[in-house]
Design a protein around this ligand. Structure first.
Ligand code: GDP
Length: 138
């Protein structure tokens, strides 16, 4: 089933100049990029996006990290796209990420882990609409 997911190239990856290499991996894996933009989030932007993580001890640190520089949210589409993108990202902790995954190659820590991906159809719908209007998705 064709599915859309929300991906973000996080500020750590943008600042180290890895955005192009990550986008290349996305295209080589067969995703269609339906939308993409470079944005700078405020703390409140990040807090709204990560609202489900508010009770977790790393919430403030995560929101601060996501505002340290520009990031690139994208809408990706592929067959089984949500799981396919999570497989290409790799485990949250880069020390546990499999060879060939984006986090294995580009993440620096469990927090500065290069990319984000929606984890379910409901979160994908919320996250896509958080960054993109219908008119921005092609
Ligand atoms: P994901 O779905 O693999 O991105 O992981 P989660 O939904 O569990 O966490 C969201 C994001 O919070 C991760 O991508 C990391 O940037 C950050 N994060 C997760 N676990 C930790 C942690 O233990 N410490 C810190 N500082 N950040 C974390």
């Amino acid at each position: 089933m064709t599915q859309r997911t929300l991906a973000i190239i996080k500020p750590d990856a943008v600042s180290k100049g890895a955005a192009g290499a990550i986008l290349s991996k996305i295209e080589q894996a067969g995703f269609k990029v339906l939308a993409a933009k470079l944005i700078q989030m405020s703390f409140d932007d990040a807090a709204g996006f990560y609202a489900v993580h508010r009770p977790r001890p790393f919430f403030k640190s995560l929101c601060t990290f996501m505002t340290q520089g520009p990031c690139i949210p994208m809408v990706l589409e592929a067959d089984n796209g949500i799981q396919k993108w999570r497989d290409l990202m790799g485990a949250t902790d880069p020390a546990k990420a499999a060879a060939g995954t984006i986090r294995k190659e580009f993440a620096s820590s469990v927090e500065a882990n290069a990319v984000h991906g929606s984890d379910a159809p409901e979160t994908a719908a919320f996250e896509i609409a958080y960054f993109f209007s219908a008119l921005e998705i092609h």
